[in-house]
Design a protein around this ligand. Structure first.
Ligand SMILES: Nc1ncnc2c1ncn2[C@@H]1O[C@H](COP(=O)(O)OP(=O)(O)OP(=O)(O)O)[C@@H](O)[C@H]1O
Ligand SMILES: [Mg+2]
Length: 1016
């Protein structure tokens, strides 16, 4: 090692402090020698030396850099105590980065395991996790993680060492603590404490704490013993931050600088690419370098071997720039507050001289073309309809008045009446929007109104101040829509907490604006206390005939008094509630809303208000949903979804088209978010919650009707049948073009449906209604196919107010022994009358896993249990002639299960499916065909359906010989008149095999339906 000396200017100045009383006995040279020796020792047997240079040269570099970081004038006013603090803090500040071999080996006793887990769980970012997990081998990965942990806490480590206190994160301390302690034991105790705080400060974010970093600390009576701790902290941070030459790794965590790629920082440090960092000389007006001009920017000169290092350094410098800006700001603040003048001129870093080998020297970056972007936003892309300006400006007024109300309510002032007035003067072509809302301050105007993309309502401070306020505004671009119809805009505003009235004149979207303060008597009384007027001078080519129509189209429930004044008339816009809107529309359009045969029902759930029209069917004593039929295309029907009273969607809530008369409004924190064009709702959990509420509210109407029927004296069985009928009508309702209405989100509808009590079951002697969810928790149910049961079912349906079970009736009639009903604990009634959505959900969840036949009753009992392992392959049989008819089903048995030993038939026919059982040639053949056609393409599905359909016919033609079978099959296939299908069929199906299976099969099935005589 070279001989250690006090070489820098800073150390020489600092040495003078040795003569001051608070530091007597302290020997700077001795301290430096000891530190060099500690660093040297650790370099030899430690870890991390691979990445980080720990010798005294880093310290010398930093000390030398003080020469240019601290401007000459400020150097002159620094006291020996300032210099001593600067020198010692530079000696000590990074010692915390040092880790001995023993400490690393003991890492499991520190916070390392938790920290590692945090990274692996992705809590510090998923990209960061992936990068770290990509480091091999594990030991290298551990070392990287430990290094990051130390990096994160190194400043705190040195603080604890100097203070001689225990560090909770690293309980296993190193021996060097004692050495460090003894080095500065001679210094004044307050000075020692401040040294610890300054060392720690270079990694904290609290340079605005002037109590902690006193700009005028003093350790003794003379001026030589005073110190500006704040300035010392700033200078230490800067010198450390800017030491990026050579192979030093910065002591800030990589995850903080570049959360997605910590490795690029490491790469940069390894590449020794930074040649110099220096103050940048300025050019004068003629473009010539003039070194006498004051400097405020630093420049970095570097050449990288590859792009990783390049991007690593760039992201570090972005971080460093922010730090420099803060340092400037806080130094200024300290100067102002204490009437002192310590200079910190470094405001920026110029990185244009950083190159990467093989890449062009010129640096490229994204540039925003402000003019183009504004054109895009207000042009055709986002808002293609000039009427949206009416919506946007009204919305802004609604938000401002809602906020005013929120503010005044909080102050206990409940007299406020929110109000918006829209005026159109066609002669002058002036359109103005006046609201008595909060108004705006100059700051709000600058930071939000005129800053595209910055909505005040989403601002962090705003959300803190008004946590429960929910606005319509979201994006900070609504005002731009003004320029769709006007070039010149005047905004007059008075903020509620200020006396100033501001007038802002804007000319053209790309232009500048002018601002002036107006006297109080120059504004309309409506905004005397607070409020805003936005006045648009509408361009002459813009057609504004339909203002009223457009306002009514968008603004349904403004939650304030909203009037539109035309040249001639005054029109109220909006309604108090969805019910009011729907009722008034129906009345205006010739419906007799008398509450006897037609009414509007309004229901609520969690910030959601849904209104729908229903009509009474006297014959059935039921209220059905009123279907929408389009009459007049010019009138926008009162149908749609609103967020905070503004319509964002014009279809029936919950559906993709317009089928029912219904409108919904959703408000509050849980309301879903609109997309940027406000033409729809974004797919978020809030949207799902809204849809879920909407479906539940519709379905609740059906439940209510079931309850009404029961209360009206009908049996539960009758009510259940009607409930399912209403549901069927609702799910199959037609849109105004006569198509089946599609659900907006079928999965959410099914979830809501699964919770509804619409399924009739019997248990013991009574019947009850349960939901699919409840049925699933019971795990299984039975169904019965037989005439006596359905007769009993029909009978009890007619019995007044009955909830008796059909089984109990059978037990009475047959006698409990002969009725053969003991195995049935839970019976699903009326499966053929349930809605197809319920049927589909049940079939998805349950499968037959037990079959019983009771021939003397011509009866078939099926037990359906929750599917755990698939027992059947389901094949739907298409009916070529009746495409829309319900497809019949065929189930091919794949697995064994409990089955009556008396069943010897090849198949079982229930009222809506054929089950082909396992112990037959036919089953084996079909299982093979299924596996050959396992790829369920459309073609394969058609072929499977045809095979099964053909085979099914042979249950009725058992008597055919081979030739006849062949002829029959051919004729059936030709029925379609489609040669392609025929070819396709014989491509995949072996004819011989099919025919021989048919000939070998005993086509006998157990069938509860064959005892019916049909009239031909
Ligand atoms: N009538 C008004 N009263 C008070 N403040 C207003 C008014 N109009 C606009 N502002 C302020 O100007 C900001 C910008 O308005 P702008 O309509 O451009 O965006 P936004 O309303 O925040 O969001 P969005 O793009 O969703 O409309 C608002 O956030 C609000 O602070
Ligand atoms: Mg807005």
């Amino acid at each position: 090692m070279n001989e250690i000396k006090l070489t820098s200017f800073a150390e020489k100045k600092a040495e003078k402090a040795e003569n001051l009383r608070p530091f007597s006995g302290l020997k700077l040279l001795h301290i430096k020698k000891q530190i060099a020796s500690i660093l040297g020792q650790i370099g030899r047997n430690g870890i991390f030396d691979e990445y980080t240079k720990h010798d005294i040269s880093h310290i010398d570099f930093m000390l030398d850099s003080l020469d240019w970081i601290i401007p000459p004038k400020t150097q002159e006013i620094l006291t020996p105590t300032d210099w001593l603090m600067l020198t010692l803090s530079i000696y000590f500040h990074d010692l915390g980065m040092l880790v001995t071999k023993e400490e690393y080996e003991n890492r499991n006793n520190s916070d390392f395991p938790e920290f590692k887990e945090q990274i692996i769980k992705g809590e510090l970012g998923l990209d960061y996790r992936d990068k770290v997990l990509g480091i091999n081998p594990t030991d290298r990965q551990d070392r990287f993680i430990y290094q990051e942990l130390v990096r994160k806490n190194h400043a705190q480590r040195i603080k604890y060492w100097i203070l001689d206190e225990k560090n909770p994160i690293f309980p296993t301390e190193m021996n060097i603590i004692n050495e460090i302690k003894s080095l500065i034991s001679k210094a004044d105790n307050m000075f020692r404490r401040d040294l610890a705080l300054i060392c720690e400060s270079h990694h904290l974010d609290d340079l605005d704490d002037f109590e902690k970093y006193k700009p005028n600390q003093q350790y003794g009576p003379t001026s030589q013993e005073t110190i500006n701790l704040h300035y010392c902290a700033i200078i230490l941070r800067t010198a450390d931050l800017l030491h990026i030459t050579s192979d030093r790794t910065p002591s800030i965590e990589f995850s903080l600088i570049n959360p997605t790629d910590p490795i690029s920082q490491e790469e940069w440090a390894k590449q020794r690419a930074v040649k110099a960092i220096r103050p940048k000389v300025k050019k004068n007006k003629d473009g010539r370098v003039d070194s006498s001009l004051p400097k405020d920017t630093l420049e970095v000169i570097a050449l990288f071997e590859n792009e990783f290092g390049f991007f690593g350094l760039i992201s570090y410098l972005n971080y460093a720039k922010l730090q420099l800006m803060d340092s400037c700001k806080y130094t200024d603040m300290a100067n102002r507050l204490n009437d002192i003048n310590y200079e910190f001129p470094w405001k920026d870093i110029d990185d244009s001289s950083i190159e990467a080998k093989d890449f062009s020297k010129e640096q490229f970056e994204f540039k925003l073309d402000q003019t183009r972007i504004l054109d895009l936003l207000v042009g055709h892309t986002l808002y293609n309809d000039s009427s949206v300006v009416l919506r946007e400006l009204t919305q802004n007024g609604i938000d401002a008045s809602k906020l005013m109300k929120y503010e005044l309510d909080n102050r206990g002032d409940n007299d406020y009446k929110p109000e918006i007035e829209i005026n159109w003067n066609s002669g002058k072509r002036e359109l103005s929007f006046m609201d008595n809302g909060t108004g705006m301050t100059l700051e709000i105007i600058k930071n939000h109104l005129l800053k595209v993309g910055s909505s005040r309502y989403q601002d962090e401070n705003f959300l803190k101040k008004y946590p429960n306020f929910s606005s319509i505004s979201r994006f900070g671009i609504g005002l731009l829509t003004c320029f769709l119809i006007a070039d010149d805009i005047d905004i007059t505003t008075k903020y509620f907490d200020s006396d100033e009235i501001i007038l802002l004149k804007i000319k053209k979207i790309h232009g500048k604006y002018l601002l002036k303060y107006l006297p109080t008597d120059s504004i309309p009384s409506m905004i005397k206390n607070h409020g805003t007027i936005v006045k648009l001078y509408v361009r002459s080519e813009v057609n504004l005939e339909k203002i009223e129509h457009n306002l009514k189209k968008w603004i349904l429930f403004p939650d304030c008094k909203l009037t539109f004044n035309d040249d001639q008339k005054q029109i109220k816009i909006g309604y108090n509630s969805p019910k009011e809107l729907l009722t008034s529309y129906l009345k205006e359009n010739g419906y007799d809303v008398d509450d006897k045969i037609l009414k509007v029902k309004e229901v609520h759930d969690n910030g959601v208000t849904l209104a729908f029209a229903i009509k009474y069917i006297e014959h059935w004593k039921e209220w059905n949903f009123l279907e929408y039929t389009e009459r007049n295309r010019d009138i926008t029907p009162p149908i749609g979804t609103c967020v905070e009273g503004i319509r964002v969607d014009f279809t029936t809530p919950g559906f993709k088209g317009r089928n029912l008369f219904a409108v919904v409004n959703t408000t509050g924190k849980n309301a879903p978010k609109t997309n940027v064009a406000r033409s729809n709702i974004e797919v978020t959990p809030e949207r799902e919650a809204l849809l879920s509420s909407i479906y539940a509210l519709y379905l609740n109407h059906i439940s209510d009707e079931i309850d009404n029927l029961k209360q009206g004296g009908f049996s539960i069985s009758w009510a259940a049948k009607e409930g399912n009928y209403l549901l069927r009508d609702f799910t199959r309702s037609r849109d105004f073009l006569g198509r089946d209405a599609e659900f907006e989100d079928i999965t959410t509808f099914e979830k809501a449906l699964s919770k509804m009590n619409l399924i009739l079951v019997e248990k013991g002697n009574s019947r009850e209604l349960v939901s699919i969810e409840e049925l699933s928790s019971i795990n299984h149910y039975w169904t019965i196919d037989c005439v006596s049961y359905s007769s009993a079912d029909s009978l009890i349906k007619e019995v007044k107010s009955s909830n008796t079970s059909a089984l109990s009736l059978l037990r009475t009639i047959f006698g409990s022994e002969d009725s053969n009903t003991d195995h049935i604990d839970y019976l699903l009634c009326n499966i053929n009358q349930t809605d197809k959505n319920i049927e589909r959900l049940l079939e998805e969840k349950f499968q037959v896993d037990s079959i019983k036949i009771i021939p003397e009753q011509r009866r078939l009992d099926l037990k359906w249990s929750l599917v755990s392992e698939k027992i059947w392959e389901e094949i739907l049989i298409e009916d070529e002639y009746h495409r829309n008819r319900n497809k019949s089903k065929c189930y091919i048995q794949l697995k064994d299960f409990e089955i009556d030993s008396s069943i010897t038939q090849t198949a079982i026919n229930s009222s809506n499916a054929l089950f082909i059982l396992k112990n037959s040639e036919l089953n084996k053949y079909l299982v093979k065909v299924i596996s050959d056609l396992s790829e369920r393409t459309q073609e394969n599905r058609i072929i499977l359906s045809k095979v099964v359909k053909l085979i099914k016919s042979f249950f009725y033609h058992k008597e055919f010989n081979k030739a006849k079978v062949e002829e029959f099959i051919e004729s059936r296939l030709q029925r379609n008149n489609n040669e392609d299908i025929e070819h396709l069929f014989w491509d995949k199906i072996n004819k011989e095999e099919l025919i021989s299976t048919i000939l070998k099969t005993n086509f006998i099935k157990y069938d509860t339906t064959i005892w019916f005589r049909r009239d031909w």
